[in-house]
Design a protein around this ligand. Structure first.
Ligand code: TRP
Length: 331
C-alpha cells in the first residue's frame, strides 16, 4: 500500500507571464501529477541568465510572475516544493562535478545548442556557460533523485544527455547514486493564438492568465475567424475557426455553442455575438485564477520560495554530501 512515491522535478525559465497555452499544456499536467508524485517545481533562473546575462534586469520580476501563475492555477505549495534554482546553491556545485566528466563533444553535438546558436543572432550565446546548459539541467534533476521529468519534446535531447552524464558518473564513482531519469512528455498544447498561429509570446497572439477582463475582451474581438466570411449573412466555417476552437475548450454551455455553430454555418449570426459570448466564457474560466492571483503579494511569493528553498536544500544537501564522499573531498 505505502509504496514510496516517485519523485518528479520540472522547471521553467522565467521569461514572463504564462498564457492559456501553458495552462492547457504543461501546467495542467503538473497539477495532475501532484497527487501521484513527490513534486519539485523549479524556476530555472540560472538557465534564463545563460541567455540574458547581458540584460538580466527582468528575471527577478518574471520569476515572481511565473510563481504567481503556478499557484493561481493550482500548484499547491503545501504539497509541492516550489523553489528558485539560484536559491539552492547545490545546483551549481553538482553542475561543476558533472562538467568534469562531460565530454565537450556531447555538448557541441547537442541539437538544441546548435539550433539556438544558429537562430539567435542578437545575443552572444557562444559562451562556456551556455554550452553547459544541459549539464546544469542534469544537476537539477539528479539532486532530487527525480525518477520522472515531465517535459515538452523540445527538451528530449537534454534528457538524453542527462541520462548519459548520470550513467557516466555512476560508472566512475558509485553505481546507483543517481537514478537515470525518464522523461514523460507533457501534453503538447496545440492551442492556437488569436491570429490562428500557435500561441506563443514571440507572435504576440497570447491570452495571458493574468489579463484583465477588458484585455481579454479586446483580444477576443481582435481574433481571427473564418477569413472567407465577409458579412454576417454569409455562411461560415466552424472547423479550424479560432473562435469556435475556443468556444469548444472554454465555454461550458454546450447548447449555446451548438446554437452559435448552427447559426454561424447558416449565416445567421454576427461575429460580435459569437465573440461577446466567448469573452464571457473565457472571463468566467479565468476569473478564479485571476482572483487567486490578485490575492498573492510579492511577500507571499517570497515566503513560499524561502520555504521551498529550505525544503529543497535538505534533499539537495544530503545528495551533495554523498557526491563529495565519492570524490574524496574534505567535508
Ligand atoms: N530547460 C528547460 C526549459 O527551457 C527548463 C529546465 C531547467 C528544466 N532545468 C530543468 C526542465 C530540469 C526539466 C528539468 O524548458
Amino acid at each position: 500500500m505505502n509504496a514510496k512515491k516517485k519523485t518528479i522535478l520540472s522547471g521553467m525559465r522565467p521569461t514572463g507571464k504564462l498564457h492559456l497555452g501553458h495552462l492547457l499544456g504543461v501546467l495542467n499536467s503538473w497539477i495532475e501529477m501532484q497527487g501521484e508524485y513527490k513534486c519539485f517545481f523549479m524556476v530555472a533562473d540560472w538557465h534564463a541568465l545563460m541567455g540574458e546575462y547581458e540584460n538580466p534586469s527582468g528575471i527577478k520580476e518574471n520569476s515572481f510572475e511565473v510563481v504567481k501563475d503556478w499557484i493561481a492555477c493550482g500548484i499547491d505549495p503545501e504539497r509541492s516544493v516550489i523553489f528558485v534554482q539560484s536559491m539552492v546553491p547545490e545546483h551549481l556545485e553538482l553542475a561543476m562535478v558533472f562538467s568534469l566528466l562531460t565530454p565537450l563533444g556531447w555538448l557541441e553535438r547537442c541539437t538544441t545548442y546548435k539550433e539556438q546558436l544558429r537562430e539567435i543572432k542578437e545575443r552572444m550565446l557562444a559562451t562556456y556557460g551556455f554550452l553547459g546548459y544541459p549539464v546544469l539541467q542534469t544537476a537539477d534533476i539528479a539532486l532530487y533523485g527525480a525518477d520522472v521529468v515531465p517535459v515538452g519534446v523540445d527538451q528530449l535531447p537534454h534528457l538524453e544527455l542527462a541520462r548519459e552524464i548520470i550513467r557516466k558518473f555512476n560508472g566512475l564513482y558509485k553505481k546507483d547514486l543517481f537514478a537515470e531519469p525518464e522523461p514523460i512528455l507533457t501534453k503538447v498544447s496545440k492551442l492556437v493564438g488569436t491570429d490562428n498561429r500557435k500561441m506563443s509570446k514571440s507572435y504576440g497572439n497570447c491570452i495571458s492568465l493574468s489579463d484583465t477582463p477588458e484585455v481579454v475582451k479586446k483580444k477576443v474581438f481582435s481574433m481571427y475567424t473564418d477569413p472567407n466570411r465577409v458579412r454576417a449573412d454569409v455562411p461560415g466555417k466552424v472547423e479550424g475557426n479560432p473562435v469556435f476552437i475556443y468556444h469548444d475548450l472554454f465555454n461550458p454551455d454546450k447548447e449555446e455553442v451548438d446554437d452559435l455553430k448552427k447559426r454561424y454555418k447558416a449565416g445567421k449570426v454576427g461575429d460580435v455575438e459569437v465573440k461577446e459570448k466567448l469573452t464571457r466564457a473565457l472571463n468566467n474560466y479565468l476569473e478564479p485564477i485571476r482572483e487567486r492571483r490578485n490575492k498573492l503579494s510579492d511577500e507571499d511569493v517570497l515566503r513560499v520560495l524561502k520555504d521551498g528553498a529550505l525544503k529543497a536544500r535538505i534533499v539537495a544537501g544530503r545528495k551533495m554530501a554523498k557526491v563529495k564522499k565519492c570524490l574524496h573531498q574534505i567535508t
